[in-house]
Design a protein around this ligand. Structure first.
Ligand code: GDP
Ligand code: MG
Length: 163
């Protein structure tokens, strides 16, 4: 069975970096329809022995008559519609920002299980962010470095129960 994973969160937290890592370099991006939307990218991927369909909420291009926030909201909602699990990423260096709280509110009203990920956590005292991130309402964050591939086995263990 393929587990559908939506990677969500505000810009610049490392969503695409994690997407690329899980997709692997050899796997082609599927169903990336140029001209239709650049807000979501899809790829097949794998973590351990779990087959994944990855959804990256990317870009957030928006028209003049809509706000970035409403565009992000729409695209995230659509990704969640398709997902078995959501990976909600925040930046361990920045801490929790107001925009993260907007995403948290959106995710809280959905049925999709949410895994909170504090990314960019390489070489950090994880504790500093843990309490702040806990306040988002999704439990203890999983500390990860998408760029350096740290925490991937913890991610596997957290995802495993949803397959
Ligand atoms: P997105 O906008 O959420 O898709 O974020 P990107 O994946 O484009 O990453 C934004 C920036 O954060 C890029 O410069 C990445 O190289 C950097 N980045 C992503 N993951 C990590 C990480 O684990 N550690 C650090 N230090 N930087 C990261
Ligand atoms: Mg991106």
């Amino acid at each position: 069975m393929t587990l559908k994973i939506a990677i969500v969160g505000r810009p610049n937290v490392g969503k695409s970096t994690l997407f690329n890592r899980l997709a692997g370099k050899k796997l082609a991006i599927v169903d990336d329809q140029p001209g239709v939307t650049r807000d979501r990218r899809y790829a097949t991927g794998r973590i351990g022995d779990i087959d994944l369909m990855l959804i990256d909420t990317a870009g957030f291009e928006y028209a003049d008559d809509e706000s970035l926030e409403s565009r992000m909201r729409q695209q995230t909602e659509k990704a969640l519609d398709e997902a078995d699990v959501a990976l909600f990423m925040v930046d361990a260096r920045d801490g929790v920002l107001p925009l993260d709280k907007i995403f948290a509110d959106l995710l809280r009203h959905r049925d999709v299980p949410v895994l909170l990920i504090a990314n960019k956590a390489e070489g950090h005292g994880a504790q500093a962010l843990a309490e702040e991130a806990y306040s988002l309402g999704f439990g203890e964050p999983l500390h990860l470095s998408a760029e350096h591939g740290e925490g991937m086995s913890d991610l596997y263990e957290s995802i495993e129960k949803y397959r």
